[in-house]
Design a protein around this ligand. Structure first.
Ligand SMILES: C[S@@+](CC[C@H](N)C(=O)[O-])C[C@H]1O[C@@H](n2cnc3c(N)ncnc32)[C@H](O)[C@@H]1O
Length: 245
């Protein structure tokens, strides 16, 4: 769960090109010949991607389940009249309207840990889409979670933020446990420590496709993120574009 990590998230994600992700998603709209105006973003986190859709004038509803993440998103997005921020859970959210597109980026879907909840999430997304609408999301691939993150330990020293990221991949559940320890300082001398545990489920491509079909989606395309090439065995981030008939 995202707690205090939320307040360091943007700094630690500074090498993620959210503007590039935004341009890529707009390119999807063009390639699929869709006139997208109203967007729902599930698990928007700190609103870094939301910001670009808001700035471009899309009518955006965005939600997350972490209050801490939402508090950062609120600061980024409050000046936009075309944005509504909510606290909801992807698995059982209810919004009394339908959208042209539903988005979920940066492996938020991997945070859904079991198949039943995955089906509920996809069915819920389907029910909140207009006919012809697009559901666009990315996941950390099975390959990345098992082989690259797997049982490895990563450390990063950024001066005022130092963190360790210890991982353990459970082969029975396909869940990768991330044990995160952060030390951060505001004055460069005194460091505060906090710990968080996160879990991401590794899904195989067939599991995602079958669950999307079960939820009712019709045409499903799978790309190596952020391209329009098919995903391969060693793709780390996989992008899905599923259409409601
Ligand atoms: C890796 S962050 C990605 C945030 C954002 N989409 C981005 O691109 O930076 C994952 C986000 O998923 C949210 N999340 C995880 N499970 C959720 C759920 N069941 N419902 C809503 N949000 C969820 C977390 O709170 C967190 O903000």
């Amino acid at each position: 769960m995202y707690g205090e990590f939320a307040f360091l998230y943007d700094e630690l994600m500074d090498d993620f090109d959210y503007e590039g992700w935004f341009n890529y998603i707009e390119e999807i709209f063009r390639r699929y010949d869709k006139d997208i105006r109203e967007i729902l973003e599930m698990a928007c986190g700190t609103g870094s991607l939301s910001y670009y859709f808001a700035k471009k004038g899309y009518k955006l509803t965005a939600f997350d389940r972490s209050e801490e993440m939402l508090s950062i998103a609120y600061d980024k997005l409050r000046r936009f009249k075309n944005v509504k921020l909510l606290r909801q859970d992807m698995v059982d959210f209810k919004i009394n309207k339908k959208f042209d597109c539903i988005l979920s980026t940066c492996d938020s879907i991997n945070y859904i840990l079991d198949e039943k909840d995955l089906l509920k999430t996809f069915t819920n997304a389907y029910n909140h889409l207009r006919d012809g609408g697009l559901f666009i999301f990315d996941i950390n691939s099975y390959y990345k979670l098992k082989e690259l993150i797997g049982n490895n330990i990563f450390l990063q020293d950024r001066g005022e933020i130092f963190y360790t990221w210890q991982n353990q991949f459970d082969l029975d559940t396909n869940i990768c446990n991330f044990y995160l320890t952060f030390f951060y300082s505001q004055d460069g001398e005194h460091f505060l420590r906090f710990d968080e545990e996160h879990k991401e489920r590794a899904y195989k491509n067939e599991e995602i496709i079958n669950t999307l079909k079960e939820a009712g989606f019709d045409k499903i395309d799978v790309y190596e993120a952020f391209s329009f090439h098919p995903a391969g065995k060693e793709s780390e981030r996989i992008k899905y574009v599923a259409m409601k008939k």
